[in-house]
Design a protein around this ligand. Structure first.
Ligand SMILES: [Ca+2]
Length: 206
């Protein structure tokens, strides 16, 4: 006979997922960005606990080339947070909704080979975010600027938003830069950027 006072198996599974996502240590040691202000939220203090299972604690577990905020070049004051899951690695940075137009976070990948890459931006979402985060992609054919509504939940694993597919040279010539100009309607989030190798757009379908 089923004991209704015991948590269901699905509840156990969710609890395990939450616990693992919050407390499991990544395989590689991550160090916070030395120039960023520290997180003020205690572990487990989150506004949307149902999204904790979507946290990617270890950036090395992801496909492609991933640049986390730990390796970003920061201009201006950015602060760590883990309050709104999901995120990659230790957490995400926000611009404190201050000094608009004076801050940026640049994510520069070390691309192993020239070619086409789908570029994805990781950002959590809530109503306090900006709707117009300017994201500049420097690629092999110039620069493209995409305005990202960070109030909308990203479509890939509730964490990733595709910025486009671009041609890149090998090495560190390309980058993705998030800045906070023209974003007075909310916080700007900088978490991680992913570069996924893809076939050239003109390739015939196999
Ligand atoms: Ca991150």
């Amino acid at each position: 006979m089923k004991n209704s006072r015991l948590p269901s198996r699905s509840a156990f599974a969710l609890l395990c997922a939450v616990t693992c996502a919050v407390f499991a240590a990544p395989t590689a040691k991550l160090a916070p960005h030395p120039a960023a202000l520290p997180n003020t939220h205690a572990p487990g203090e989150v506004d949307r606990p149902e999204l904790v299972p979507f946290i990617v604690a270890d950036p090395a577990s992801l496909s492609g080339i991933v640049v986390d905020e730990t390796a970003a070049t920061l201009v201006g004051k950015w602060q760590y947070s883990t309050h709104t899951p999901p995120y990659v690695g230790l957490g995400y940075l926000h611009d404190l909704r201050a000094e608009k137009g004076a801050k940026s976070a640049t994510f520069t990948p070390e691309l192993p080979r020239a070619g086409w890459y789908e570029v994805r931006l990781a950002h959590c979402s809530n109503v306090r975010r900006t709707t117009t985060a300017p994201v500049t992609i420097r690629h092999g054919d110039g620069e493209t600027i995409v305005r990202v509504n960070q109030r909308e939940e990203p479509p890939h694993a509730r964490l990733w938003r595709t910025l486009g597919t671009f041609r890149f040279a090998a090495g560190r010539a390309g980058f993705v830069r998030i800045d906070n100009a023209g974003t007075s309607d909310g916080y700007v989030i900088a978490d991680a950027v992913q570069f996924l190798p893809v076939p050239p757009p003109s390739s015939p379908t196999p």
